[in-house]
Design a protein around this ligand. Structure first.
Ligand code: DIR
Ligand code: MN
Ligand code: MN
Ligand code: MN
Length: 301
């Protein structure tokens, strides 16, 4: 089994500097060695270099900030992830902000057209060009993948091939009014922190899988935004929201998806080592690595 680390030092989908350092910190913390230790053959050919796209003239399109930069970078990520997935390798994409998932999920669906997406996040990241308040594209990748909102020519490469019934959320607690409407209109299944409290994480993951993958036959893309975790567990992230998943709840999700035997791609996003004090940064980077290990089969016993 081969895991391919796709390091994406990119922050253009949101305004806070430093999230581009997330992947560098996770690799420096020993992630490659840790996965090797688990029995994986690990491919890591260095972090992706996006500087060729810096310096392009990139005024907003409508409210969207850095649209050409985000489009160029995510298209490159789609090719990288798709290339690894098409070779039967398991791409592990380290972010970087969550706009990158436009690329990672496009790459996964290129290799596995029937894949489903499990999106772990405090946020739904499903704003459209019309509904966004912030204009930050990391709050929008899901709408592009679903083909919602008016098409933007600069993002013409994104094939809107994700189906609403192949997507499920866990961990939501900061969803914009416009996003709530979009979720309802498209009948997208979401388990917020309210459902995690009500049913417990074990039942929630089972219900999420029953919805998105009823026969346990579809490949799974797991996109994990570290801000799904409570800020006391993962403080170094750009948009922390209190009342999040515990350390164990986050790990349980990763372990349960690994147990299905269906995981084909993993994203670990929004680790920002420039936010919070050194101890918090170390803790957040360590938790990020630990979630990746849990999703790649680090068993408890
Ligand atoms: C908000 C925040 N819904 C937005 N989104 C975040 O900007 O669209 N996503 N923080 O990770
Ligand atoms: Mn590569
Ligand atoms: Mn996110
Ligand atoms: Mn988030």
């Amino acid at each position: 089994l081969t895991a391919a680390i796709v390091g994406c030092p990119f922050s253009g989908g949101q305004p806070r500097v430093g999230v581009d350092q997330g992947p560098i910190h996770m690799v420096e913390a020993g992630l490659v060695e840790q996965l090797t230790e688990l029995g994986w053959k690990v491919k890591f050919d260095g972090h992706h270099q996006f500087e060729e796209v810096n310096g392009i003239t990139d005024p907003p399109i409508g409210k969207l900030k850095n649209p050409r930069l985000v489009s160029t970078v995510t298209e490159a990520v789609a090719k990288a992830v798709g290339g690894h997935a098409n070779k039967g390798e398991l791409p592990v994409t380290l972010g970087g902000d969550h706009s990158l998932a436009m690329g990672t999920i496009s790459g996964t669906l290129d290799a596995h057209p029937d894949a489903c997406v499990i999106w772990i996040d405090a946020h739904a990241d499903i704003n459209t060009a019309e509904s966004t308040d912030s204009g930050n594209i990391h709050g929008m990748p899901v709408s592009f993948l679903l083909g919602l909102g008016s098409p933007i020519p600069e993002f013409g490469w994104v094939k809107p091939i994700l189906k609403p019934e192949r997507l499920v959320y866990i961990g939501l607690r900061d969803v914009d009014a416009g996003e709530k409407r979009i979720l309802k209109e498209n009948k997208i299944k979401a388990f917020s922190m309210h459902e995690v409290d009500k049913y417990g994480i074990g039942k929630v993951v089972e219900m999420a899988l029953d919805h998105v993958n009823p026969k346990r036959a579809f490949p799974i893309h797991l996109s994990f935004d570290v801000d799904a975790l409570d800020p006391s567990v993962a403080p170094s992230t750009g948009t922390p929201v209190r009342g999040g998943l515990t350390f164990r709840e986050g790990h349980y999700i990763c372990e349960a998806i690994w147990e299905t035997g269906l995981l084909v791609a993993l994203d670990l996003m929004e680790v920002n080592p420039s936010l919070a004090d050194a101890a918090s940064v170390k803790q957040t980077v360590a938790v990020g690595c630990s979630l990746v290990r849990a999703a790649l089969g680090e068993t408890l016993l």
